[in-house]
Design a protein around this ligand. Structure first.
Ligand code: PEP
Length: 249
């Protein structure tokens, strides 16, 4: 049985006071859920969030990290730093990191290696742009992203990898992939995993969908057989909406 996961990516939102109040609101609404819940606050608020959610069912995860173990990388944060405050999971390859910070598949492969070496779990994001979909290249683009950054790993590494398919044209735009488009791509990704690692590994990897998931569309998207949860941006900034999405399982 694959893990079902709903992860909220807060991006560069919420100062300390807002982090405290959103966590308070989330805690009021936590119910036992089939799905694992995660939130990814900004680096400055990770320790506070981790402490505030220590005894809860919500895992606090990081939005990014550097590939080096330590050193002269001004402004960056290492796996060891994250682990030292209790963070076990990191989001890598978000389309905003790829677009604004020029993160390439090669760089992401290094980050993935470092995270796994440090026994962290990775939520690995990828997805095509609108032009790729319009030119019917979306599967090839996604296959390349996944292959280039992950297919040097051995099968065992996939115990600590969660995939997040996020079509760039659906992130923060209010435009969602239809449940069928999401299912088709997730099935394609799983098939790609089968071809390299076999059915057993492919069946065990959770594939999340991200891109304008809201309380009113979550249930239909999550009902698809290869969709194992969601990576949520905008709607994760509102406790009621985030919990409604979690409860869509
Ligand atoms: C995201 O940034 O990962 C995301 C899916 O954002 P949104 O839900 O706002 O589209």
């Amino acid at each position: 049985m694959r893990k079902q996961i709903v992860a909220g990516n807060w991006k560069m939102n919420n100062d300390l006071a807002m982090t405290e109040s959103l966590i308070t609101e989330l805690k009021k609404r936590i119910k036992t859920s089939e799905a694992e819940m995660m939130i990814a606050p900004a680096f400055t608020n990770l320790w506070h969030a981790f402490e505030a959610l220590r005894q809860s069912d919500i895992e606090v995860v990081a939005q990014n990290m550097h590939f080096a173990e330590s050193g002269a990388y001004t402004g960056e944060v290492s796996a060891d730093m994250l682990k030292s405050i209790g963070i076990q999971t990191v989001i890598l390859g978000h389309s905003e990191r790829r677009a604004y910070f020029h993160e390439t598949d090669e760089l992401l492969a290094k980050k993935v290696n470092t995270a796994l070496k440090n026994k962290m779990r990775v939520i690995f994001c990828f997805g095509e742009e609108l032009a790729d979909r319009k030119s019917n290249n979306h599967e090839a683009v996604v296959k390349n992203q996944v292959t280039n950054a992950l297919f040097h790993l051995d099968a065992d590494a996939f115990k600590n990898i969660v995939l997040a398919y996020e079509p760039v044209w659906a992130i923060g735009t209010g435009e969602t992939a239809s449940p069928e488009q999401a299912q088709d791509m997730h099935a394609f990704i799983r098939k790609t995993l089968v071809s390299k690692y076999g059915q057993q590994v492919a069946n065990s990897v959770s594939i999340l969908y991200g891109g304008s998931v809201k309380p009113n569309n979550a249930q239909e998207i999550f009902s698809k057989p290869d969709v194992d949860g969601g990576l949520i941006g905008g709607a994760a900034l509102n406790a009621e909406d985030f919990m409604a999405i979690v409860n869509a399982f």
